[in-house]
Design a protein around this ligand. Structure first.
Ligand code: GLP
Length: 254
């Protein structure tokens, strides 16, 4: 596990975009695992800027998103398919057929989950997986539980997650209660994982995530034993980790 510290959100985004761009340069047909939420927006902005400057080419890149709300169509403004289109895909030269997201309207959930897993395998697996983290330690929509799922599955969202997401929806009853998400095994299958977090409010969960214990009650903690995990945090998070003794020394801020 490697921890990198950026001065602020912009630096965290820039460092992450650089890692992704380097991967795509090394391997033009790279398979990227992508995340949604507020945190990765800055990464996508920077990748779009690099694309406009002709520094990166997505024509052969394949992507797999972590998750999608169950019951939302891809053109629902709060669906993750819509998020990806409007925050990233519409502005780069990725081929539509190469950008994969679970189908939130799938009739046969088991078949959809199986199809998604198979599609990842058929592409040779994920080269680089980008992750955010929920305040309760969820990754994708793998919520804290007594046990964790290995592969793509339908999940009941936790009350905390539903209320965190409710700010994006008009009425409470419109907030989806379920989602289709890659499992811990699907995420773990990635050759390389980059988890990003920014802001004081994520400091406590990052401290718990890296404190050395693994728990299904904190799904992100499982990542500690991944063969290639990089966590990119900002300075306020590093200060908290140092104050709590989770980091024995302060890392260089870049
Ligand atoms: C959602 C997504 C996660 C994301 C999380 C945190 O729950 N399913 O993949 O990491 O939100 O979002 P934010 O970056 O807005 O805190």
């Amino acid at each position: 596990m490697k921890i990198l510290v950026g001065k602020n959100y912009d630096r965290v985004s820039e460092m992450t975009a650089n890692i992704i761009a380097t991967k795509v340069k090394e391997k033009p047909d790279a398979v990227l695992g992508l995340a949604t939420g507020g945190t990765p927006k800055g990464v996508y902005k920077r990748l779009i800027a690099m694309y406009n400057d002709k520094k990166i080419d997505f024509s052969k890149v394949k992507t797999f998103n972590l998750d999608e709300y169950y019951g939302l169509s891809s053109n629902h403004p709060q669906s993750y398919a819509y998020y990806m289109k409007t925050n990233f895909f519409d502005y780069i030269n990725i081929k539509e057929e190469n950008a994969h997201i679970p189908d939130g309207l799938a009739q046969d959930i088991d078949e959809e989950c199986h199809r998604y897993e198979q599609a990842i395998k058929d592409c040779g697996g994920i080269d680089l997986q980008l992750l955010g983290i929920g305040h309760n330690g969820h990754i994708g929509f793998n919520e804290p539980d007594d046990a964790l799922h290995t592969s793509t599955h339908l999940v009941n969202l936790h009350e905390k997650t539903i209320s965190a997401n409710s700010r994006f929806f008009g009425k409470d009853e419109e907030v989806p209660r379920q989602a289709i998400t890659m499992g811990i095994g699907s995420i773990f299958g990635a050759d390389e994982i980059v988890l990003i977090a920014s802001g004081e409010d994520k400091a406590e969960i990052i401290a718990k995530m890296i404190n050395g214990q693994l728990s299904s009650k904190l799904p992100a903690s499982m990542l500690q034993i991944h063969k290639s995990l990089t966590i990119i945090i900002d300075e306020p998070i590093q200060k908290h980790l140092y104050a709590e003794g989770v980091l024995k020394e302060q890392l260089k801020v870049v």
